[in-house]
Design a protein around this ligand. Structure first.
Ligand SMILES: [Zn+2]
Length: 69
């Protein structure tokens, strides 16, 4: 399911701070894991990330679908 690892991702994918805000407190979350894969049905690229907030100790899993119109 997971293609490659953290090392294969472009830096702007790994470190996109605009998508790293904690939904609870608004501070920057740290990235525990990043995976890039393709969804064959929708032909989208999917970035899946596990994020954690050190301030309020929550973890979220984030899916970013990149699709062409
Ligand atoms: Zn937080």
């Amino acid at each position: 399911m997971c293609v490659g690892g953290d090392a294969n991702l472009p830096e702007h994918v790994r470190e996109n701070q605009q998508l790293l805000r904690c939904p609870n407190c608004g501070s920057l979350m740290s990235i525990d894991a990043v995976y890039l894969r393709e969804d064959p049905r929708s032909k989208s690229k999917v970035i899946e990330r596990a994020l954690s907030c050190k301030d309020c100790k929550i973890r979220i899993r984030q899916y970013i679908y990149i699709s062409r119109l």
